[in-house]
Design a binder for this molecule. Sequence first.
Ligand SMILES: Cc1cc2nc3c(=O)[nH]c(=O)nc-3n(C[C@H](O)[C@H](O)[C@H](O)COP(=O)(O)O)c2cc1C
Length: 258
Amino acid sequence: MTEALNHKDYDLLLDLVKTRSSVRSLKSDPLPEGSVEKIIEAGHWAMSGANSQPWEFIVVRDRETKLAIQEAYKEVNIDYAYWMEQQRIPELRHPSFHLKGDPYEQIEHIKSRAKWADAPELIVVIGDGRRQWGTVMAGHTFGRDQSHLTDGLANCCQIMHLAAASLGLGTQWITIHIQEPYRRILNIPDIYTIYLIIPVGFPAVEAKKGVRRDIEDMIHYDMYDPGKFISNEGILDYLAGLRGKTLEKYRVSYGEGK
Ligand SMILES: Cc1cc2nc3c(=O)[nH]c(=O)nc-3n(C[C@H](O)[C@H](O)[C@H](O)COP(=O)(O)O)c2cc1C
């Protein structure tokens, strides 16, 4: 067991956790030497199933490579996500995909906003699922999925975002899921899962204040409190609220259909 922390440590941690935010506009200024290595050093102390440490990191500094990755993201991820989002009612679409006008103009506009290749360095986090063989896979996941791999990678990434914030640097979480173009560009062997792209740089914008649900709504003591259960419809209300919309509008414009 770790030695008990005092309040000062907790306050420091909470302060860091609360001041970190996603920074979606980064300066191209170079990072102080060793910054990314410090971030990775922190990340590699993350928890992982059976201490399997499935992570590896590709630090991309070469401008052409950064641009190639960003171009792939625009061509594959944004395009795909745009059309997927069109399947939802407008009030529930992600705000980035909730625009007006001609769809093809919208796509071009959304693509033009992806500028993270301007960041001086990208950390591409990849995972080697074979290292998960160290864990009791069947017991933990009933053999259903590889969640132990992504759980460990997520832990590692969270620490890296915090470490960057502690150094006064901004980061963003670039979800990719789609593997192929990045695998080709970065010469990554098939066995790896390409998990995340983290652009790192000095923030070019003021940090946004974080918004979170009330803690009271999410804590249950001793047993699950059924009074806190939210219906499926309630979840839709919640999602619409996150987007600053109300479902009333949806009901009016789309009738009773759900
Ligand atoms: C699993 C996951 C996926 C995310 N995907 C993206 C993404 O693709 N692009 C992006 O800009 N932010 C992404 N984010 C960041 C969230 O949007 C962000 O953390 C959330 O809105 C809270 O804002 P904050 O990070 O400023 O506190 C992702 C975060 C997580 C944990």
